[in-house]
Design a protein around this ligand. Structure first.
Ligand code: MN3
Length: 201
């Protein structure tokens, strides 16, 4: 079965004023859809076309060489955006609770220090990419990746990721990536992040 773009569980305008409806619509219906279409085209006719996308990304070296870069960029784009939609929501911004909250405090000092580290990694990511909170196998860590690379390529489990490609924020924030990153925390769905943390550790 070909890969498909998952439906959003909220309306395009549900994240306003922090992320505007037009940006969400283009981002989901055009950008994510293009990654999925290109991924399907790249894997068409190979033994990988029905594989879970995580398996494809973990075995890029096993793909035909002429498919590898397309699978990496578009497969990464598919998994990264699927996560991105899930960890945002209209009732976002409430602080995390429970084990994740404690892990954040013990690792980073406070929630504000975690946010500062994620934002800093996102601002410093030159060009297009993502900034992440990951489970690295033993604890929490912050990192960024270029293009559509996913931390899963490094054996890490992404818990929270913010898209810092210009298409994620340009209509509303133009060149002000730091303002977008600061506002993004108003739409984070910590319950979804906590669920990923529980599954990963
Ligand atoms: Mn994007």
């Amino acid at each position: 079965m070909a890969y498909t773009v998952p439906d959003l569980s909220y309306a395009f305008d549900a994240l306003e004023p922090h992320i505007d409806a037009r940006t969400m619509e283009i981002h989901h219906d055009k950008h994510h859809a293009a990654y999925v279409a290109n991924l399907n085209a790249a894997l068409e006719g190979t033994e990988w076309m029905d594989a879970p996308i995580a398996e494809v990304l973990a075995n890029l070296d096993a793909l035909p060489e002429d498919k590898r870069m397309a699978a990496r960029n578009n497969g990464g784009g598919h998994v990264n955006h699927t996560l991105f939609w899930e960890i945002m929501g209209p009732d976002g911004g409430r602080p995390p609770s429970g084990a994740l909250s404690e892990a954040i405090r013990s690792t980073f000092g406070s929630l504000d220090e975690l946010k500062a580290a994620v934002n800093d990694a996102g601002v410093k990511r030159f060009g297009s990419g993502w900034t992440w909170l990951v489970w690295d196998g033993t604890g929490l860590a912050v990192k960024s990746t270029p293009n559509q690379d996913t931390p899963a390529m490094d054996g890490e489990t992404p818990l929270l990721g913010i898209d810092v490609w210009e298409h994620a924020y340009y209509l509303n924030y133009q060149n002000r990536r730091p303002d977008y990153l600061a506002a993004w925390w108003n739409v984070v769905n910590w319950d979804a992040v906590a669920a990923r943390y529980e599954a990963a550790r």
